[in-house]
Design a protein around this ligand. Structure first.
Ligand code: C5P
Length: 227
């Protein structure tokens, strides 16, 4: 089933401490951003890519798209102050499609089988997001002291892609903007509408490149895949 994808790429990557947009850092021989884009470029079900970018980085990103033969990008609107604003600016430029995915440009290890399961689930149920089960014991801490041990069986660590029927996400984003609500992911905005969001078990490899340690792990994932 076909879909279009929104890739917010307009962050500053402060936690990476690279002094530049972390998406331009190389993993093996290619920028992180290109690794992510290639997954969607190579997925025959992906009919369009929307990239939210910083205005001052648009020219460089366009050069990268050309160099690495990424042809599916339909628009590169300006990102916003927060990730949610960056996603919203893409949605506002898109024509209506049936299914839209939102995926962090900083998660280069997403795979086509996971994308396909998310698209199918969103098409049937409206909203579906990628996640993995919490591995460690989870506790709630206040002022340095444990106040509660939380039942781990009900805890998931949430990733992207997050997949939605287009109208549902567009409504959730519009409502959030109107009331000034800022969520940490798109699912939160849909949850606020009272709509069920389903989980699709993804992979621990689907890391978000956030800190320097993630680059080391990322290189290891690429080496494992090349075996
Ligand atoms: O900072 P973090 O890694 O959580 O950001 C997740 C994704 O959202 C990254 O791909 C980043 O480029 C993007 N982002 C954005 N606009 C912002 C902040 C982050 O497009 N204002």
């Amino acid at each position: 089933m076909q879909y279009e994808v929104v890739l917010p790429a307009a962050g500053s990557g402060k936690r990476m401490g690279a002094g530049q947009n972390k998406l331009f850092l190389l993993l093996e021989d290619k920028p992180i951003l290109i690794h992510t884009l290639e997954v969607f470029q190579d997925d025959e079900n992906c009919t369009g890519i929307w990239l939210a970018v910083k205005p001052e980085e648009r020219g460089f990103i366009q050069q990268l798209l050309k160099k690495f033969h990424i042809t599916k990008v339909k628009g590169l609107p300006n990102g916003g102050e927060e990730r949610q604003h960056s996603v919203h600016s893409c949605l506002k430029e898109m024509q209506q499609v049936e299914i839209v995915l939102v995926h962090d440009a900083a998660r280069p290890f997403i795979t086509k089988p996971i994308i396909a399961r998310l698209v199918e689930a969103a098409s049937e149920k409206g909203a579906a997001i990628a996640g993995v089960r919490a591995k460690d014991t989870m506790k709630k801490v206040r002022d340095g002291v444990i106040v509660e041990t939380i039942d781990r069986d009900s805890l998931w660590m949430i990733q992207t892609p997050q997949a939605f029927q287009f109208n549902l996400l567009a409504e959730a984003e519009d409502v959030a903007e109107k009331v000034g609500f800022l969520g940490t992911d798109e699912a939160m905005l849909v949850e606020r509408l009272g709509h069920a969001v389903h989980i699709v078990e993804a992979s621990y490899d689907n890391l978000k490149m956030t800190t320097k340690e993630d680059l080391v792990l990322g290189e290891a994932i690429l080496r494992k895949r090349a075996l």
